[in-house]
Design a protein around this ligand. Structure first.
Ligand code: GAL
Length: 344
């Protein structure tokens, strides 16, 4: 072997060595990436206390499970949420948990995720017109039924204000559907007179306040009951009633078991709320994502919900009625909130 050949051979050996080291480093990295599951979480808002709790629960639980959780919050902005989801997909998430701001336009985000081979869990709010892989929420028609049954029991006749949630949110439709099962027959029989029936854009308390002011003016302050879809909108409506010295005299519903609502319930200005344990929901979503990342699937026991395109496999948790009689047991004894937070 001459000098030149030896040189070439050494060079080839060095190149081969570098090559094998690089390949094994790359494979190791890839394997490592596979071992830790990365979940993308896109939330619609942090405005309502419940969404803050969802985020906190999922972050804590993901940490406990050794999951890499990437979180994005869109603040009730569908465009921003779309950008954030694209960003999560570029970061190579294994599964996407998506609680849509806009239940309809989010369908394209499901398509985008699927194009990348990423399965999508529709969280709390159903993504319509899409092939979303799983829906994890509460029995939302059941939430509405609890509200409707409660308010019609308290006020079986009289002047009603009927508020519903954001038109962009499929839940709003379901809540109203459930409540109207109780209210509509009484409207039909002439017992209930509807002074105002309106959706509250973006679930915003200040929009509910404005609508309640309109209803009070229109009826000369003669409102007997208010169907408010959640605690935030109930808070707005109660503020409008307080300005007329009526807070506490008019039964009004709520939902979410927010701390301010719990305070109003013990004070007597809000009649009830619906407790949905977001701690359970958050954990169920992370558990499902973990299974799906490993090409497994949670047992949905044949339960599905139709989203205008397909029957989506669904896990639906149970909502609970809370009023001043059971608030200590349901919200405080369960550790959801502390006594000192409720009784101020
Ligand atoms: C709904 C949700 C409610 C409430 C509302 C406003 O989709 O189910 O719990 O928080 O949005 O964010």
């Amino acid at each position: 072997m001459n000098k030149k050949m030896r040189k070439i051979l050494t060079l080839a050996l060095v190149v081969a060595l570098i090559g094998t080291t690089m390949v094994s480093w790359f494979l190791k990295k890839k394997k490592k990436k596979k071992d830790t599951v990365t979940i993308g979480l896109s939330l619609p808002t942090q405005r309502e206390e419940r969404w803050v709790r969802d985020k906190e629960t999922m972050e804590a639980y993901a940490k406990e499970k050794g999951i890499n959780l990437l979180v994005q919050v869109s603040d009730a902005d569908a465009k921003l949420q779309a950008n954030q989801v694209e960003n999560l997909l570029t970061q190579g998430v294994d599964i996407l948990i998506l609680a849509p701001h806009d239940s309809k336009s989010a369908a394209t985000l499901v398509e985008k995720a699927h194009d990348e081979g990423v399965k999508v869990i529709s969280y709390d709010r159903l993504i319509m017109d899409s092939d979303v892989d799983l829906y994890i929420s509460f029995d939302n028609i059941g939430v509405g039924r609890i509200q409707g049954e409660y308010i019609t029991n308290k006020v079986p006749q009289g002047n009603y204000v009927i508020l519903s949630g954001a038109p962009t949110d499929n839940n709003a439709k379901l809540f109203k559907q459930g409540a109207m099962e109780y209210i509509q027959p009484l409207i039909d029989s002439g017992k209930i007179n509807v002074v105002l029936e309106q959706a509250v854009d973006n679930w915003e308390p200040k929009n509910a306040l404005r609508l309640m002011e309109q209803a009070l003016t229109k009826s000369n302050n003669k409102i007997d009951a208010v169907l408010a879809p959640n605690d935030g909108t109930a808070g707005g409506a109660i503020e409008a009633m307080a300005a007329q010295g009526l807070a506490g005299n008019v039964p009004i519903t709520g939902q979410d078991a927010q701390i301010d609502a719990a305070q109003r319930i013990v004070k007597g200005t809000q009649s009830m709320t619906v407790f949905k344990d977001t701690r359970e929901l958050g954990k169920a979503a992370i558990d499902a994502a973990l299974l799906m990342a490993k090409n497994d699937f949670p047992n949905t026991e044949g339960k599905t919900v139709n989203n205008n395109k397909t029957d989506v496999k669904s896990l639906l948790l149970t909502p609970f009625m809370v009023d001043k009689d059971n608030i200590d047991k349901v919200l405080i004894d369960s550790g959801y909130m502390q006594k000192s937070q409720v009784y101020k």
